[in-house]
Unconditional design. Structure first.
Ligand SMILES: Cc1cc2nc3c(=O)[nH]c(=O)nc-3n(C[C@H](O)[C@H](O)[C@H](O)COP(=O)(O)O)c2cc1C
Length: 377
């Protein structure tokens, strides 16, 4: 399997090229003398901000990780990209007619963007709104909408799954006192996907959402004033997560997608029309179709970016998803619901339904909830 096929298989590449709006042809026509109404050169282009060059394949792979287009770049194409670090005009191109074909190809492959096109708008959004640079950006954007993998690894000898030093002295620790409800809940949490398909109570859904996103206090910050606190820790108390829930079978709630307000402890309908099944949105995991509800954790990166500008903050936000997810699962356990976490998501489809924007807001984690199958059912 070549490098591109592998990338395709792992969802790193777009399956089809996002169509631009025919401006490449206009650009090239412009080289032959096109002018806009004011007599100014009508077209400008520059290289996309979300490009990385990777030493894959026979040469250098040029990869736009936001649009997910990759191609082996020739030396001339790479020199065009170097030269197009800022807006270049048709006049600039007219002085370099020998590279017109390369420019056309680079536009077609999303490596150059033409001012005024949809892709240029998206590129501008990325420049303005993604503060964590190409290191975090490459990982974040390239790992979305991946195909779900449930295959056994090729090698049979797996890694050792817990460490034990046979020859080291052991210092035993006092036995843990596990009395109390906390321990019982912690111990009984399991990922479970065998939902009965029955309705869950609105009180149970409310409790789970409150455990994950409920605002339980405020802290005063010198620059920001009052900042909300929740039941999980958050970098800079910026609490970047919003909770959304796909409701299929919840007592007293019409099916649809809702946003949960952690401030008011209430739901607002976001989308009540036809919704793809939970299994489809969870990348083809059909067991989720019997879930009564699926909670989506949506990161609003802009909140954390406001204060923290380094790429490590991307890790901070992902860790927070884990904290919230655990709280949600513990509350579900305490309410005797089944809960199953997953990162196998059709992010783009989910975000379209939620109406969130994928540059500085993104769904990163989901937890399916439902009733367990009762004995005799
Ligand atoms: C971040 C994360 C992602 C997961 N993704 C999936 C998934 O896509 N599909 C799935 O069936 N289980 C998924 N799981 C659940 C694991 O399979 C499960 O946690 C593991 O088997 C251990 O079982 P336990 O949760 O009962 O301790 C995920 C768990 C975590 C923490």
């Amino acid at each position: 399997m070549n490098e591109y096929d592998k990338w395709l298989r792992h969802g790193l590449l777009a399956r089809s090229a996002p169509a631009d709006d025919g401006r490449v042809k206009a650009l090239l026509a412009g080289v032959a003398g096109h002018r806009d109404a004011t007599g100014q050169p009508a077209m400008r282009f520059r290289r996309a901000a979300s490009l990385v060059l990777l030493p894959y394949g026979p040469g250098i792979t040029v990869y736009n990780f936001v649009t997910r287009r990759a191609f082996p770049g020739t030396a001339t194409e790479i020199s065009v990209l170097l030269a197009a670090d800022d807006w270049r005009t048709e006049a600039w191109l007219r002085d370099r007619v020998s590279i017109v074909d390369e420019v056309a190809r680079l536009v077609e492959l999303n490596a150059l963007v033409v001012e005024g096109t949809g892709l240029a708008g998206r590129d501008e959004d990325y420049r303005r709104r993604w503060a964590w640079g190409p290191v975090a950006g490459l990982y974040h954007f390239a790992s979305r909408d991946a195909s779900y993998e449930d295959t056994l690894p090729e090698q049979t000898d797996g890694p050792i799954l817990f460490r034990k030093h046979a020859n080291w002295n052991e210092i035993p620790l006092p036995e843990v006192d596990e009395t109390g409800n906390l321990w019982q809940v912690l111990r009984s949490r399991r990922s479970a996907r065998e939902f009965s398909g029955e309705k869950i109570g609105r009180d149970s859904l409310g409790a789970v959402l409150f455990g994950g996103f409920g605002i339980t206090g405020f802290v005063e910050d010198v620059s920001r004033g009052s900042m909300p606190l929740t039941m999980s820790p958050s970098g800079g108390a910026l609490n970047p997560f919003e909770g959304y829930v796909l409701v299929r079978a919840v007592d007293g709630l019409a099916p649809g997608i809702y946003h949960y307000s952690g401030f008011d402890h209430s739901l607002q309908l976001v989308h009540g029309e036809e919704i793809p099944s939970a299994g489809t949105l969870l990348a083809g995991q059909q067991w989720a179709d019997k879930a009564a509800a699926v909670v989506f954790l949506v990161a609003n990166f802009a909140r954390t970016m406001w204060k923290y500008r380094s790429a490590v903050s991307y890790r901070v936000v992902m860790i927070e998803a884990g904290h919230i997810g655990q709280n949600i699962q513990l509350v579900a356990t305490q309410r005797d619901l089944l809960a199953a976490p997953t990162c196998a998501l059709r992010e783009s489809a989910i975000e379209d339904l939620l109406g969130v924007e994928a540059i500085d807001e993104a769904v990163v984690y989901a937890i399916a909830l439902g009733e367990r199958i009762q004995d005799g059912n």
